[in-house]
Ligand binder design. Structure first.
Ligand code: TRP
Length: 338
């Protein structure tokens, strides 16, 4: 059977946190190591520009942080092609052709983009590039002929839009050069990590995240600050486990679930203090993320080597994208000189 092709991407607007790890990085490493896929992993700096055009140093700095996060979690450049979006010129040309096959009103209806526009409070000043970023994602996916796109379930509208563009392209130009992608979603209820403060989502802007690059001290301080049960004042008080972030995290990260069940029973009965369970959670998280942090520190010792890895991945990706672009030009008939 022919190998399937995966494309995944992250916008470099900061360091990656353990929510990214749980929701996507961990899964990517598993898919990479399965050997069943050609894997392309893109650092989407051009997409990050769509709402950071006046702050490119943030993106430049984040690029290397994200690359280090990838290497730290076990994304292996010998198995996965790690590429930088801005270094693949074909993506821009593909985007231009695709833009002519969607309407502005269709873009305005994309629910994911709609809610992001709300969140970002652009008001009347939505950057045009932001509105059309689903079209550029379609270029990202199709340039590598990816059939499988691992994303969170909020990204289904992107996949739908990408499929529409692919179908419209193939029908309009009577071709089959473009491949329709399918989203590859985490199992229901899995993959989303709440923030330290109990907010449903861990995110940089909410200041409730644990980063893969956090030191052991930072990790411990963050665990100690976690939201538990505000009604649990004295150690002897019965405590609530539901909505208590320490137990939510233990449910997710502790391999010893029998022990978690015992701790819950003890906590609910009264007699187990927050400091104690937080110390225990810190140990659990340290076991999972300590080795990742150590690997990250190793890779960070040789930043030029990390840039070289990105360069080699981008060169390789560029060849694939150029090939697709030629096929696209041929399909449209914009191949005057060959
Ligand atoms: N939108 C994605 C994010 O915010 C990044 C991305 C860019 C992407 N191009 C893509 C995701 C193509 C899937 C497919 O992280």
């Amino acid at each position: 059977m022919a190998k399937k092709t995966i494309l995944t991407a992250d916008r470099p607007t900061g360091k990656l946190h353990i929510g990214h790890y749980l929701g996507s990085l961990k899964n990517r490493v598993a898919l990479q190591n399965s050997g069943d896929y050609n894997t392309f992993i893109m650092i989407a700096d051009v997409q990050a520009m769509t709402d950071n055009a006046r702050n490119p140093e943030k993106i430049r700095n984040s690029l290397i942080e994200v690359a280090l996060d990838y290497l730290a979690v076990g994304i292996d450049p010998a198995k996965s092609t790690i590429l930088v979006q801005s270094q693949i010129p074909a993506l821009n040309e593909l985007t231009m052709y695709f833009l002519d096959l969607v309407t502005v009103s269709r873009l305005e209806r994309n629910p994911t983009v709609k809610s992001e526009i709300q969140q970002k409070a652009f008001g009347q000043s939505i950057p045009a590039g932001f509105l059309v970023y689903p079209v550029s994602e379609t270029a990202d996916i199709t340039a590598f002929k990816a059939d499988t796109v691992p994303v969170g379930d909020d990204q289904e509208p992107m996949m739908e839009q990408a499929r529409e563009i692919v179908r419209t392209f193939n029908t309009t130009y009577n071709t089959d050069v473009l491949v329709e992608p399918q989203g590859y979603f985490p199992p229901k209820g899995q993959g989303r990590l709440p923030g330290l403060d109990g907010n449903a989502k861990m995110s940089k802007s909410l200041n409730n995240a644990i980063y893969l690059s956090d030191s052991a001290d930072e990790l411990r301080q963050k665990v100690m600050s976690m939201y538990t049960d505000p009604g649990h004042i004295h150690v002897s008080d019965p405590g609530k486990v539901e909505g208590n972030m320490v137990f939510t995290y233990l449910d997710i990260f502790d391999p010893d679930q029998a022990h978690v069940a015992e701790l819950k029973a003890e906590y609910q009965a009264g007699g187990l203090g927050d400091v104690k369970i937080k110390r225990y959670l810190n140990e659990v998280l340290e076991n999972e993320f300590g080795p990742i942090r150590a690997r990250r520190e190793e890779f960070a010792k040789d930043i030029p080597a990390v840039y070289e890895m990105l360069k080699q991945g981008s060169i390789k990706a560029n060849e694939v994208a150029e090939q697709t672009l030629q096929e696209v030009r041929n399909a449209i008939g914009l191949n005057y000189f060959n």
